[in-house]
Design a protein around this ligand. Structure first.
Ligand SMILES: *[C@@H]1O[C@H](CO)[C@@H](O)[C@H](O)[C@H]1NC(C)=O
Length: 220
């Protein structure tokens, strides 16, 4: 299992460290000589930020960090700076892991802008993380369903739908959650579920049929 992808899935696997990530990334880089230029480019762009990554990353599995808008916006700025550094050539990346990193950065930016913008008032007042955990627990499915979802996106959506509805209900009951803010968070959640699904498939070795670099989301 690729620790680099686990790194991106930090919410699900909070024990992976930055050192694990770097080890794994470097190992992939040396295993794939034809991809080494793409790996090198990513490392070169991430390197100036290692210190901040080392500081922020271990804190990401704590709920209070996700509510720390200052720290999260700093993280988002880092993502943006790395993306700018990668330049347009990142769209031509051919190798799987570099492509996944680039796409995950895109998703992180899209989701981060929605959550840590105006909708943050609703996000924090509805206790979005805890509410998500409660909604997920209340709507838990038998384990065998989870195995099917990797080959069947509609099954995955079926599992996610009641959780989304449960979250929406809690938001409607929260005064700071205006319709506009709920819509923003809904788009962020949809993108998050999409990213999670694609990464999960990759980690489990299932072919990701939709090109990972296709961005289905408008950037408004
Ligand atoms: C991102 O880049 C801007 C402009 O160069 C710089 O001022 C800022 O400190 C950088 N932030 C991070 C977190 O790298």
């Amino acid at each position: 299992m690729s620790k680099t992808v686990l790194f991106v899935l930090f919410l699900a696997f909070p024990t992976v460290t930055v050192a694990d990530f770097l080890d794994d990334f470097l190992k992939h880089a040396s295993d794939n000589p034809s991809c080494s230029e793409e790996f090198k480019k990513i490392l070169a762009c991430a390197q100036p930020h290692f210190e901040l990554i080392r500081e922020v990353y271990p804190k990401l599995n704590s709920i209070s960090t996700l509510y720390n808008i200052g720290l999260m916006n700093k993280g988002l700025q880092l993502v943006e700076n790395v993306t700018i550094c990668l330049g347009e050539e990142k769209r031509d990346f051919k190798c799987t892991l570099p492509k996944i990193v680039v796409t995950s950065l895109d998703y992180a930016q899209y989701i981060g802008k929605k959550v840590y913008g105006d909708a943050f008032h609703c996000f924090i007042n509805v206790n979005a993380i805890e509410t998500f955990q409660i909604c997920a627990a209340e709507n838990q499915q038998p384990r065998n369903i989870h195995e099917n979802v990797l080959n069947d996106e509609s099954a995955y959506k079926k599992i996610a739908q009641p959780i989304v509805e449960c979250m929406a209900k809690k938001m409607y009951e929260t005064p700071s959650c205006t319709i506009d803010r709920i819509v923003e968070l809904y788009h962020a959640g949809e993108a998050g579920l999409d990213l999670y699904y694609s990464l999960l498939k990759f980690v489990k070795g299932v072919q990701v049929e939709r090109s990972f670099s296709d961005n289905n989301y408008c950037r408004a």
